[in-house]
Write a protein that binds this ligand. Structure first.
Ligand code: ASP
Length: 308
């Protein structure tokens, strides 16, 4: 056991935020939310508890925070409701739980965790996922509980333009952690893309696309244009570049984002390795992100150069 090996990285979505252009209140709220998520997850890792507990705790904080596109504050579908996706994975055993299209379950990531633990299935979709939540005593809320006025405004704006926007505002949240025992885990939670239709599912809840963890390589969470991350099997690709290809964590992450760009997609990823190494990167102008380890905490929004 290495008491100082633990590390936690979180993201709150990639997007086109630029210094001086982002609403100051939105920026303050996002930075405070990332801080709070890091504090919740770090407290667990400092107590030498598991990476999987830390990523669940960090993502729960962000799901409850209306600043982010996950849980309360999620984006709206084209029909004006909210459908939530989440996934969690434990690198020790590659056990995973994933849910999509939740409409009434308040804590999507904790539901995914329950599925990971109690199965027998790995992925539940639609009303069946909410039924599983009710059967397991998870708090249920009205779908309108998740809605905040800004998301309604964004939907109206987008529908007014007649467009489907997969460009600008990715607000998915995710966390990756390595604990003092060198085990890695990941959690990702999202409302998906504004004006999504027909039961659309993005990369976030798909094991291997937006979410993946394996003690032999890395834990990875993605944000961005989900359709491209699915096609690139992004999170799994990153892990296998390390395990089979022998690449470093940062090189593997950069290579996956470059691969996605060749397909036409944009976004960001965070990753940690069992040895305590951590990496992040994005091909959008900015990404809400933060990192914590035994030496302290950092929260960033803009490019690493702009933040200095
Ligand atoms: N990747 C997410 C999705 O496609 C969106 C996001 O990152 O905000 O559902």
């Amino acid at each position: 056991m290495d008491e100082t090996r633990w590390r936690l990285v979180v993201h709150g979505g990639a997007g086109s935020m630029r210094p001086g252009k982002l609403d100051p209140e939105q920026e303050r709220c996002a930075r405070a939310g990332l801080e709070a998520a890091l504090a919740a997850g770090s407290a667990i890792l400092e107590r030498r508890e598991s990476a999987i507990d830390a990523v669940e705790a960090g993502v729960r904080v962000l799901e409850e925070d209306p600043c982010f596109n996950a849980g309360r504050g999620s984006v709206l579908t084209a029909s004006g409701c909210i459908e939530l996706d989440a996934a969690i994975m434990d690198g020790r055993t590659r056990a995973a739980g994933a849910v999509s299209g939740l409409r009434t379950t308040r804590a999507p990531i904790s539901l995914a965790r329950r599925l990971l633990e109690q199965g027998p299935h790995v992925f539940l979709g639609g009303h069946g996922a909410d039924d599983f939540a009710r059967d397991h005593g998870f708090e249920q809320v009205e779908n309108s509980w998740f809605e905040v006025p800004e998301r309604r405004r964004q939907l109206d704006e987008l529908l007014g333009e007649g467009g489907f926007d997969d460009e600008v505002k990715y607000g998915t949240v995710g966390a990756v952690a390595v604990d003092v025992d060198g085990h890695v885990a990941v959690a990702t939670s999202t409302g998906g893309l504004t004006a999504k239709r027909w039961g659309r599912v993005g990369d976030s809840p798909l094991i291997g696309a937006g979410t993946y963890a394996d003690d032999r390589s890395a834990a990875v969470s993605a944000t961005g244009s989900g359709e491209f991350f699915i096609r690139a099997v992004a999170a799994h690709q990153l892990a296998e570049r390390i395990r089979i290809g022998g690449q470093s964590l940062q090189d593997a992450l950069d290579a996956v984002l470059a691969d996605i760009e060749t397909l036409g997609g944009k976004g960001g990823m965070i990753a940690v390795a069992p040895d305590g190494d951590a990496a992040w990167g994005f091909t959008t102008p900015a990404m809400y992100r933060g990192m914590a380890d035994a030496s302290g905490r950092t929260v960033r929004v803009y490019s690493d150069v702009d933040e200095r």
